[in-house]
Design a protein. Structure first.
Length: 352
């Protein structure tokens, strides 16, 4: 018998249903990555999510008999997008084709908060020549035969954009990162200085980092997805880092404009503390508009790549997400040696 039950925030990371949920999350991640490179640790996930007061999470577990068969997570950013929800659904391969995903979605629909007006879902699929579903921009395509894509379309979500998920292997770089750093630095010139560090950002850089975080929300290509403006200051940057550092190592690189002292470029990477052989996840990479065209994107990415290679030698590699229309950043990544790994589709629907 199929049952769907809510998963309330656990009191302990050892609670059986929390462990079932984490086991399903890891099954999903292994299907995507081909190994343990995105495995979550129950304690790490418990600690990080409990400390994150800015996000509301609704979780549901599906069981067939006593066996965990799938989950649904619906997240709301209470600060920047309190009227939106981002949904993730996973069904274990052994239980697909038995109505599990539909039952999970039906339960969410029945309990969705009344103030939600927008639903978004990201679906990651293998890279395939058969991808034919394109977003309105025409950039990129995703395989409409994939179960996650079919589920999104069936429930009225439309494809708004496509992202390329790319992987960098430290053992097989496209170019020596030290050479890339030197060449980009020569183009940038003496007016620009690179700084790298691990952990919390220095106090003197927090305000500049906040400016770049705010720009990231509106500058990154989002295709037909709704753009949500964000507000950042030094305190919010510090709090975000505090929460992330509970379960991750954070690696930062910035470029400073020497004449003004302004922080003009940024690249962040995160690595699970519990899984030092994991993929390092690329978070934000951005260059302020007034300083583009000087190879600062290559400069800041190469600098951080070198830092991670030195400080986290056991990491499997780096994974990054780029909009299919972001040709500039795709070119930077391709030059460094990133290769396609997955295709990600952003789906969205407006309610009411």
């Amino acid at each position: 018998m199929l049952t769907i039950t809510p998963l309330s925030p656990p009191d302990s990371p050892e609670e059986p249903r929390w462990l079932e949920f984490c086991g399903l999350v890891n099954a999903n991640e292994r299907e995507l990555s081909g190994g343990p490179h995105w495995d979550v640790d129950p304690l790490e996930l418990f600690t990080t999510q409990r400390a994150d007061a800015d996000t509301r999470r609704l979780r549901y577990l599906a069981h067939v008999g006593d066996v965990p068969a799938g989950y649904l997570v619906a997240e709301t950013d209470l600060v920047d997008a309190p009227d939106s929800v981002t949904v993730a659904v996973f069904v274990h391969p052994g239980f697909r084709g038995r109505g599990v995903a539909e039952a999970l979605v039906a339960r969410l629909r029945a309990e969705l908060p009344e103030d939600v007006r927008r639903v978004r879902a990201w679906v990651e699929t293998p890279v395939t020549d058969g991808a034919a579903l394109r977003p309105p921009s025409g950039h990129g395509a995703i395989d409409e035969r994939h179960p996650g894509v079919r589920l999104a379309l069936r429930h009225g979500l439309s494809l708004g954009m496509v992202e390329r998920v790319s992987r960098y292997d430290f053992a097989a770089p496209g170019v020596d990162p030290d050479t890339a750093l030197a060449e980009a630095g020569a183009v940038a010139g003496e007016d620009y200085e690179v700084r790298t560090w691990e952990g919390e950002s220095p106090d003197d850089l927090l305000a500049g980092v906040a400016v770049l975080r705010e720009r990231m929300a509106v500058d990154q290509p989002l295709g037909a997805l709704e753009v949500v403006e964000t507000r950042w200051d030094a305190d919010r940057v510090r709090e975000r880092e505090r929460v992330l550092l509970l379960g991750n190592r954070l690696f930062h690189a910035v470029v400073l404009h020497r004449p003004t002292g302004e922080v003009v470029a940024l690249s962040d990477l995160a690595l699970s503390r519990a899984n030092p052989a994991a993929f390092v996840d690329q978070m934000d990479t951005i260059v302020l508009p007034g300083h583009r065209g000087r190879r600062l994107g290559m400069l800041v990415k190469a600098a951080n790549l070198i830092q991670v290679r030195r400080l986290a030698p056991s990491a499997a590699g780096i994974v990054t997400w780029n909009a299919a229309e972001n040709r500039y950043m795709l070119a930077v990544n391709e030059a460094l040696g990133f290769v396609p790994m997955l295709t990600s589709g952003g789906f969205e629907a407006t309610l009411g």
